[in-house]
Ligand binder design. Sequence first.
Ligand code: PLP
Length: 433
Amino acid sequence: MLSPCLSINKDGHLAIGGMDVPALAREYKTPLYIMDEDYIRANCREYRAAMKKHYGDNFLVCYASKAFCTQYIYRILDDEQMGADVVSGGELYTAHKAGFPMDRIYFHGNNKTEDEIKLGLSLGIRRFVVDNLEELELINELSTKNGKITDISFRIKPGVDAHTHDFIKTGNIDSKFGVALENGEAMEIIEIASKMTGVRVVGLHCHIGSQIFDNEPFEHTAEVMMEFLNCVREKLGITITELNLGGGFGVSYVESDDPKTIDTTVKLFTDALRAKAGKLSFPLPFLVIEPGRSLVGNAGITVYTVGSVKEIKDVRTYVSIDGGMTDNPRFALYQAEYTICAPEKMNEEKSECITLAGRSCESGDLIGKDLMLQKVSRGDLVAVFTTGAYNYSMSSNYNRVPRAPVVMVSKGESKLIVRRETYEDILKNDICE
Ligand code: PLP
């Protein structure tokens, strides 16, 4: 099985967190996201334990909210002493309404609006991760107006190739996020900020991309960023005390994905950081990391019901499900790969090569092409592994399809944490007088 939270039970059914998936599908209907709370908590603990073991107490593990943002997840994160990063007013507001401590929030984004910045300032978040000069000027102006000094960090493009899909690569100069090292932009913006009265530069941040399985780019990034901290000290006389290395640690969507353990990855980049800091006689910074999908990705599945099965002789077989790009747009966006199965037929061989098709009015609305699956027909269930994370966050009402609900399982019980949207929910913002 791709994730330790998945198993096959005595009835030959797929189980998540020990709970029978077909039974959950009957109870909550499909399409349905199911997440394993205990496994998410275990992942949080594993990250914190690894950081403590390899770096001491001077760290914060922040969850990247975009991976799966609901009020319930912030309760888990708070219990587990995690921080969180947000990239929009909506994510920030969700965390706030869930009672999550604002002094553990990092606010990212390449185009924060004035209203979002005001919201962050009024809620007293821990850190704005400033993306560009206009944003810096705006935060400085708003802070000065309110007689405040706001602690900020900068999003830096360290120029590291992350060996992942182009759409989820963010560390090189040709990225919309942040300011680059190699053309002097990063040093320049820090110098400008150092002369402002409404902000104080306390941190640097980078995030080189997602679904990275190779540890070398993380090590390299830690070294590059540490060297840059030293350059800032030498050139501007400013000792920056916080370093945020972002997320990007890969999870298995298919058998060939081979993520390193959390402990191994954390050891490698903290060792690299410590060695470089030692060489440069630079005090070890407060270290922040921001895993997203590696905390929740492998803790969830999406379950669908099969509708039509269209066998086109000598071409392909389309198995259509009652969801698709509205609950999982990742294949349409960047050809994400998945493993699928028929939860009621786990002891049967995966004998069919099929294309799993969504029901939206787009030919590109597929979950995957040429996937192996047990023989299924109308009414059977299909589960897509390692989904839930990102997919719920990215879900939409395209074709006015109601968003699917999310169920959390824990210790043999299930709980609805996001209810299924109704047609009325979809209409509620329409004005038609
Ligand atoms: N931090 C930032 C700034 C990001 O943009 C992202 C993802 O896009 C993450 C953290 C989390 O990445 P991942 O889910 O790959 O760990």
